[in-house]
Ligand binder design. Structure first.
Ligand code: GLA
Length: 388
């Protein structure tokens, strides 16, 4: 929907005009999966799909919301913010408000219209984009003085403590700090980051949604996190200095890996080698070595499927079918796994044949119709005043 149409909708609902629009994108991770909560490395880009929030401040402490996707409204008061089961989508706004106030920031009420373009349940971080857009709305309306890294941390805290998903820090980071034409190389321990230019002439990224909602995702995700913690505990016997899987080298895992229970060994191997792959991928991108970059994506998928065991029949089918198409240089699941999306890296000339083949084969075998999104590294979140 165009901004002018959104303004019209807002004024019809609330009988007044919005004063600010906040926009926060979804993200797709190029490589570095399940490494963020192990203090490791990730390389996401923001995608050109945003959560748009039009807002206007209020004199009182009520927050009134209307979500265009759900065609539903909700309302809460800042003096008694509670979790809701009735309109679960509004827990993000509730959570952000609560976390901000708990930190001592002074905010007031607002009227809100939400127009989400990021597909939900697809592993493209629609929730992080809602959190960041909400935070920027409060910041802009109430002049909150808050640093980008604190915005990221508070958004993640909301997801962890209010929504109840133990996610890492990548999604909120990517949604806020991404830049057009660049990927974001993040060290999830130090939170240092740098921009890596994604300039691969004649190449493209295509995201394909398996249309399988990530139902198992939350419990399996939390289970993987537990396994990683257990792997660290077990490895401490041989490597007392380690604090997380980030501290284990490829050498270490070769030497001591076989002392771990089989499952923990596999999880640790994935994380250790995935971190190596991210660093390598940054170099290959910088040198413009497209084949080598694609190859690292392929290795990442194999590792996620065989060692970390977060793939699914559908995701493997998409990856394998796509790779058979000439000009596809790399393919892997992206995000947490168990459904959601696959990302292909390919020659532009192969976009059409890839879509055709994947559509035909996937539909035939699963009766599901996959969705495609061509993605380019896009601008991170921002807010603007709306002039009357
Ligand atoms: C989800 C989480 C991220 C990250 C990925 C897996 O998207 O929100 O923090 O852990 O899974 O790489």
């Amino acid at each position: 929907m165009r901004e002018s149409d959104l303004i019209k909708v807002f004024s019809e609902i609330y009988n007044r005009y919005p004063s600010v629009i906040a926009k926060a994108p979804g993200r797709v991770n190029l490589i570095g999966e399940h490494t963020d909560y192990n203090d490791g490395f990730v390389l996401p880009i923001a995608i050109d799909r945003y959560t748009n929030m039009l807002v206007s401040g209020r004199e009182d402490r009520n927050v009134r919301l209307y979500d265009l996707k759900y065609r539903e409204g909700d309302e809460f008061n800042l003096d008694s913010v509670e979790h809701t089961e009735l309109h679960r989508w509004s827990n993000y706004q509730r959570g952000i408000a609560k976390v901000l106030m708990d930190k001592g920031y002074e905010i007031g009420g607002m009227d809100v219209v939400i127009c989400g373009e990021v597909p939900e349940g697809a592993g493209l971080s629609s929730s992080a984009s809602v959190e960041i857009a909400t935070l920027l709305s409060f910041k802009e309306l109430y002049g909150i003085d808050i640093e980008p890294l604190d915005i990221i941390k508070l958004a993640r805290k909301t997801e962890n403590e209010f929504v109840g998903v133990e996610c890492g820090i990548m999604d909120q980071f990517a949604s806020l700090l991404s830049k057009e034409k660049f990927a974001l190389f993040i060290d999830c321990r130090t939170l240092d980051y740098r921009y890596v230019r994604v300039s691969l002439p004649g190449c493209a990224f295509l995201v394909c949604n398996s249309m399988v909602k990530r139902e198992l995702a939350v419990s399996a995700y939390n289970e993987r996190r537990r396994e990683c913690r257990e792997a660290v505990e077990a490895m401490k016997k041989y490597l007392p200095h380690i604090e997380s899987l980030r501290d284990i080298t490829a050498e270490d895992i070769k030497k001591f890996g076989s002392y771990l229970p089989e499952v923990l060994k596999k999880r640790a191997e994935h994380v250790v080698y995935e971190n190596e792959r991210v660093k390598k991928a940054v170099e290959e991108l910088e040198y413009g070595n497209m084949e080598a970059f694609g190859d690292l994506m392929n290795q990442s998928h194999r590792s996620l499927s065989e060692l970390y065991e977060v793939s699914s029949g559908e995701l493997d089918l998409l990856v394998e079918t796509g790779r058979e198409v000439e000009g596809v240089l790399g393919a892997r699941l992206t995000g947490a796994g168990f459904g959601g999306c696959v990302i292909f890296f390919l020659k532009e000339s192969s976009l059409k044949p890839l879509k055709e083949k994947v559509l035909r084969v996937y539909q035939n075998k699963t009766s599901l119709i996959p969705q495609f999104y061509e993605v380019t590294p896009s601008r991170g979140a921002f807010s603007e005043e709306i002039s009357a």
